[in-house]
Design a protein. Sequence first.
Length: 371
Amino acid sequence: MSWQTAPLSALGSVGRGKSRHRPRNDSSLYGGPYPFFQTGDVTAADFYLYAYTQSYNEKGLAQSKIWEPETLCITIAANIAETAILKIPGCFPDSIVGFRADGSKSDVRFVKYALDVAKRDFQTISKGTTQDNLSVEKLLSINLPAPPLETQRRIADILSAYDDLIENNTRRIAILEDMARRLFEEWFVQRRGLPSIAAPVEWREFVMGELFSFTGGGDWGSEEPTRDESEAVTVIRGTDFDDFDGGRAIRSPVRFISQKSFQKRRLQVGDIVVENSINAKSRTAGKTLLITDGILQACSGRAIGASFCKQYRPIEPSWSSLIYLYMKGQFERGELAYFQNVAANGIAQCLEDPRHSGAHQDSGLSSGATV
């Protein structure tokens, strides 16, 4: 079956977001009731966009514009051609393009799927010498499939049903993970409500490094195979942690490293990968990911941490979940602030300081009974 094709502008209206004020990060613009969606919010979204990290006040709104729900948001800077459908009214900057479907010509869900399929083409034509950028002109230069409207709706209905299931499961995973974290904190941080079997056990302090049989940095390798770097691996970056935790589509790149590096750094079930790089914006040093069988399967069993991550392998595999929850809780409570200072090289050395310690039970954790 052959379908007609058409540029995005033929399927609806296209316009850039507005953020006229300079500097963009002027604090006087923020803190009000108007959601302000940024490229990172679009990238982090699954299918629909309703979560945001900033909001405009009246001054911020005056130099921007409110877009209505069912607007398709398309990133054109930083993260190229990421898409999400706005579910609540909100503003976004000129690094995001808004598309409003013409109801007589297109279904916004189908257009999103078409753009996602064409993402690699958009990223290719966006390559720049300093920073990738997808202009509106480039965005409109690629034709998208444009079958009859009824066909678009039928396809979108089928595909979006799967996305709805994924989104519901992602929320359930987040709820269960939060329950596990809270239970862990009550038992092992606040020492409340411990199971009776664990109550009589003595507690002592330890240096975190005592619990690991292996620690090491990651690798980045090459984009293409070479004579020395021929092993294809999935490289897990700190920016990928939330995708793996939420069960979303994997965006980690496949790169090539040496066989020696792969043998040393190959991730195993129970390993803990820690984000080890920071900059003035992210402040993510200490963010953690527990490697599960599902994660390794998604990476075809061949995965390593990126060069700005560190890998930790507990001496006893049954400790992994407990140690992971402890480290994750430290990060979320801000206890790793010591490591959040931006050094000259932009790298934070996580868990290497002897002051980084925790507590475990002499006969509990060592035997794995409380994990």
